[in-house]
Write a protein that binds this ligand. Structure first.
Ligand SMILES: Nc1ncnc2c1ncn2[C@@H]1O[C@H](COP(=O)(O)OP(=O)(O)OP(=O)(O)O)[C@@H](O)[C@H]1O
Length: 259
């Protein structure tokens, strides 16, 4: 069971980044504590995706430090604690994998792709498919799915390790408003009941202001950080992720369209 505490999950110290000679981020300082929900806002080109890519180790800062769960990123090895859903438009729609293969790939991390897959790992995959209500899509090619369905596949992939931290880069871009609403219900539920820490880039100011308040807690250049801390959550009972999401899914299906 995850404990509510004040451990820093992400610490950014004096972080700067430049692509060749173009400065994108300068002297960013911010920390995210366990079970915070952080909304990262900024105009196009402000450096939001660049920041997320540094946090998940895909880009190296030009200057400054990143700590993950208290460890310098260069020494951090527990990548299964972090689920990352990149921006939809950075994916290749012709990728020739099935939904199940994409979700399973979330388990591999930095381990070999060619090792034997254990029964327990197959079960984790089925649970993640089930939680996102996409069991019936498991054998379809990812490229054949709608934008909303693809986002659920990538969320299932990010959830397969039961992560402590979920990093989402504009998860609802290109998705219709009703599906967006269902999606936000779901991630709020995951935040409140599953003690997951969230870092989410979004342009949806309605959702950000409704859940995280109207004032950013921190500004850095063109970036604004909106935060809901764990102690602001009224009801934070923890329940089993798969079953709880199934319940939520049933409730949502009876009120709004969720596909
Ligand atoms: N691989 C790259 N090489 C050079 N410049 C890049 C590269 N990727 C991004 N940039 C530039 O860096 C800046 C920040 O890009 P980034 O994608 O981080 O912005 P963003 O805030 O996520 O924008 P958006 O809201 O449009 O997704 C932009 O000016 C972009 O053109």
């Amino acid at each position: 069971m995850r404990e509510a505490c004040h451990e820093d999950v992400i610490t950014l110290r004096d972080l700067s980044f430049a692509y060749e000679h173009k400065n994108v981020l300068q002297h960013v300082n911010f920390s995210i504590k366990q079970r915070d929900f952080v909304g990262l806002i900024g105009s196009n080109g402000a450096g939001k995706t660049t920041l997320l890519r540094m946090i998940v180790g895909l880009l190296k800062p030009t200057q400054g430090e990143i700590h993950l769960f208290g460890e310098p990123i260069s020494q951090f090895k527990q990548w299964e604690r972090i689920g990352y859903v990149p921006q939809k438009n950075s994916l290749n729609p012709l990728f020739p994998a099935t939904v199940r293969e994409v979700v399973m790939s979330g388990l591999y991390g930095k381990k070999s792709l060619f090792r034997r897959i254990a029964k327990s790992e197959l079960q984790k995959c089925e649970d993640a498919l089930h939680a996102m209500s996409i069991e019936d899509l498991a054998d379809k090619r990812i490229g054949q799915l709608s934008g909303g369905q693809q986002q659920r596949v990538f969320l299932a992939r990010a959830l397969i390790n039961n992560p402590d931290l979920l990093i989402l880069d504009e998860p609802t871009v290109g998705i219709d408003p009703e599906t967006q609403e269902g999606f936000f219900h779901m991630i709020k539920h995951m935040h409140q009941h599953h003690h997951i820490t969230f870092l989410m880039v979004s342009h949806d100011m309605d959702m950000i202001e409704t859940y995280l308040g109207t004032e950013p807690i921190e500004r850095s250049g063109k970036l604004k950080f909106y935060v809901k801390h764990s102690h602001d959550i009224e009801d934070c009972r923890e329940t089993d992720l798969t079953h709880s999401l199934k319940d939520l899914r049933n409730k949502l299906q009876s009120t709004i369209s969720y596909t």
